[in-house]
Design a protein around this ligand. Structure first.
Ligand code: ADP
Length: 431
């Protein structure tokens, strides 16, 4: 429109001077010069929007420029809002009592707060972009990172304080981003060690006087039973002997628990022939049952488990022993060792015993927790068996699943992950 109007005006003015085409040419040249001026202004603004101001012509250019200025204003506002949100996030993360790090897909550090800096001994800006695995070189953290299942946390010694202990937890979010939370658990760890050492030392110290008492009781027992001078003491001496045995069993279980709770203690894990181990465990249980129960053992002979023998044995013998203990005469006990659908392994003991009420099940693995106090004591139970099972299972990365119906029986099932399980090489299976 504007172009046609300019050409027409040019033609009329040119006609006044007798040269209409020159008039049209001149008008078009002026029109083009105007367009180029605005185009140049637009280019200069696009290159340096902060320094250059756009002119304010009318018409189409005016509309284009005001639309662009509007867009710029909106963008600035959004940027400000984002910056405010980011500042708010950073100041709240900064105020957290725990260390926080933002990590990229490969573990490269994008941001961290000052607590994380002091807990992990980071050097400030220099460590941005570094992979967290290069700074935290503990094998437990490497295994946790590689597992890609971040539902739990991992505890490692502090890299900046020789006696400190840190708990690390990864929380995945967004597009392969990760948040690493670092908590200082040194004090908790120290108290836990003090408690553990106290129980272990007390149990150890109590053993010696108890051995002396038992020795004297053993010396006195024959005289009491054979009608000697101590014959009146027959019942009290027998009772003292049985109580001394209970105390010994308690001390033995407490020491076992203390050992299980000490991280990294004990011999190195080995690959265990579970089927063979179970034959022994079931043979012992038959002895305990004295033909009161029917046993059925089915164990996959090629399915091996990596762990410490004493720990695996204590899981098996506690669970099978409990089945014997809490199943009345004539009941049956089924023991299974088999592969799971996920490639792991499962150990299951099923009995037709007295069962456990559903609301008691979650508390069974607590220390000294008994469903029926009198019955457990009478059967010589310490109340520590299932705690030992739970701790030993934790060391083996296993999980305990309990199902039970009062009056019908119970099933105790231990599930081990695939990384703990091995298959017997085929040449030895036939040997
Ligand atoms: P205890 O030494 O008393 O057997 P445990 O820790 O082994 O201690 O077991 C805790 C409690 O769980 C027991 O006192 C018993 O009440 C219950 N319990 C364990 N196993 C069974 C089972 N197979 N059937 C019924 N109750 C059981």
């Amino acid at each position: 429109m504007l172009l046609a109007a300019s050409a027409a005006v040019g033609a009329i003015l040119g006609a006044l001077f007798g040269a209409p085409w020159w008039g049209v040419g001149l008008a078009l040249a002026l029109f083009l010069a105007r367009q180029l001026r605005y185009l140049a202004a637009l280019r200069a603004w696009a290159e340096q929007p902060k320094q250059v101001e756009l002119p304010e012509p009318g018409g189409v250019w005016g509309e284009v420029f005001s639309a662009l200025l509007d867009l710029q204003r909106r963008n600035r506002k959004r940027k400000k809002r984002l910056a405010a949100t980011l500042a708010q996030f950073q100041s709240s993360a900064q105020a957290m009592p725990d260390g926080v790090l933002i990590l990229g897909e490969l573990g490269e550090i994008a941001w961290f707060n000052t607590v994380a800096q002091s807990l992990l001994g980071l050097r400030g800006r220099q460590d941005l972009g570094q992979r967290v695995g290069n700074l935290l070189r503990h094998p437990d953290f490497a295994a946790y990172w590689d597992r890609h299942e971040f539902d739990g946390s991992v505890e490692i010694p502090s890299p900046s304080d020789r006696r400190g202990m840190l708990s690390l937890r990864i929380i995945p979010y967004g597009d392969n981003q990760r948040l690493l939370l670092v908590r200082d658990i040194s004090e908790l760890h120290r108290l836990e060690r003090v408690r553990r050492d106290f129980v272990a030392n007390a149990s150890h110290e109590l053993r010696t006087p108890l051995t002396v008492l038992r020795g004297y009781l053993e010396m006195m027992a024959p005289d009491a039973t054979d009608g000697g001078v101590l014959s009146e003491w027959k019942t009290p001496i027998a009772e003292m002997q049985s109580q001394a045995s209970r105390m010994e069993a308690l001390l033995r279980d407490l020491l076992k628990l203390a050992r299980l709770e000490s991280p990294g203690e004990g011999p190195a894990p080995e690959v265990l022939d579970v089927a063979k181990l179970l034959q022994q465990v079931v043979a012992d249980a038959r002895g305990l049952s004295a033909a009161r129960h029917d046993f059925d053992l089915q164990a996959d002979p090629d399915l091996l488990l990596s762990g410490r023998q004493t720990e695996v044995e204590s899981i098996f013998s506690n669970l099978v022993g409990n089945a014997v203990q809490y199943t009345p005469t004539g009941g049956s006990i089924r023991v299974r060792w088999s592969r799971t659908a996920e490639g792991g392994a499962s150990f299951e003991v099923q009995d037709t015993g007295i069962g456990i009420p559903a609301d008691e099940i979650p508390r069974l693995t607590e220390r000294f927790y008994r469903v029926d106090e009198g019955r457990s004591r009478a059967s010589g139970g310490t109340g520590l068996g299932l705690s030992i099972v739970r701790h030993a299972l934790e060391r083996l990365e296993g999980q305990l699943k309990i199902q039970s119906t009062p009056g019908q029986g119970s099933s105790f099932r231990c599930e081990f992950p695939a990384r703990r399980v091995a298959s017997r090489p085929s040449n030895t299976a036939t040997a």
